[in-house]
Design a protein around this ligand. Sequence first.
Ligand code: ZN
Length: 478
Amino acid sequence: MASSDRKRGLFEGKMSRRKLLETGAVAAMSVAGVGLAAACTEEAEQKHTTPAGTAPAATTASPGPIGSPALGSSSIVSLTGNPQAIAEVAPGTIFFPYFGNVIALLTDDGIVIVDTSLQGNGPPIVEELRKRTDLPVQTIIYTHGHVDHVGGTDAFLKDADARGHDRPTIIGHENVIRRFQRYERMAGWIRFLNAQQWGVAPPDPSQPAPVPVFAYPDITYHDRTSIEVSGETFELIYGMGETDDHTWVWAPERKIALAGDFFTWACPNVGNPWKVQRYTRGWAEGLEAIAEKRPALLLPGHGPPIEGEDNVQAACLDVARYLRSIDDQVVERMNKGQWLEQILREVEPPADLAAKPYLQPIYGHPKFIIQGVWRQYGGWYDGNPANFFAAATADQASEIVKLVGAAALLSRARDLQTIGDLPLACHLVDWVCKAEPDNADARRLQRDLFEARSAAEPNMMARNVFKGAAAEAEKHLI
Ligand SMILES: [Zn+2]
């Protein structure tokens, strides 16, 4: 299909088709990373169970050779979007760089939307879409059921209703249904853990969490399926990666892969500290399957597009090799009877991949991946029989403090602080705080240690845990 046909629905007015053509794919690519990073300081608009809070300040720097965000930038945790960076990245393919990204695939007779972002991002994205086209949204594809990919659907459904269009058909993998049901059942837990992951104040447990309202898929599939819109085929392919309900989309006529969260411009978030099992090998297999199609353009779930067949190959296969390496190393050590503690200390990802801009541990972390692999293939026993039907940690701490004395433990913790061994210092202070919860010296030191660790920590989730620990210590000093 000729690209001019595909864009027939684009307005000729203020945001004219010509204007879209002028901005073009290459220009869009070069600004997308910075655009996302610049959005990091905006307030999250999301309510209910979606992550909320203000993301850490972003670094601004020139984009890398394949449209990368600045090395170490926080684009992955930008919760809102940047309307200035919305672009037609390929003919009839509009990319909305939000958290998560939304892609509109325009055909002659209708639009296929891939993902709908967070609930609060839905209305501004629809508004921006309507500046560019009045075509009906015919189909909405969910890459997976995470709220930053399905939350904005209601805005698209309301838009269709207001325009007198048919209700768009929603398609997702069959496991999306189970995920939505779990989120409805566990709204309180999800609110509690998201407050920790995203570094916002803990919720008041006496206030029940609002139960989220999801737009369920109308059509589900098991392994793979395809849809045809205005004579154009879109393939939906299942993979177990970040989730067990994950779809990636292949648009063969455009040579575009829509990867969802198989690609996120960060170390893959396998082994999330709070969340259900994720799949290291399945994630690698998904990326390898994407690479096999030899896409000319990769549109990820988070972060900017990757343009050019060679760049897409390199990015997908690098991340796949990173994941396979960690998975293989952990399994090899498990087969030798090693315990998780040793494995966590000794396994490293391939050194040649550590500097890649799309593998920085700003969101996922190699140590989280090791935990995820262990959990997938092993159980909860840590190999220490003292921890099997263990005594309460508060009782252990009381015995240690009785024997050594709180002052001696805090003095040694300060020495460790001075030489920079903050993790070990935290353990000594933890014993005192557990034995004597209102010991002000201990709480002050605990606050200072965790504040220092938070300030120095590049990983968002670890940073938020340390920030939460410092705030908790501070509460005992008021
Ligand atoms: Zn996700």
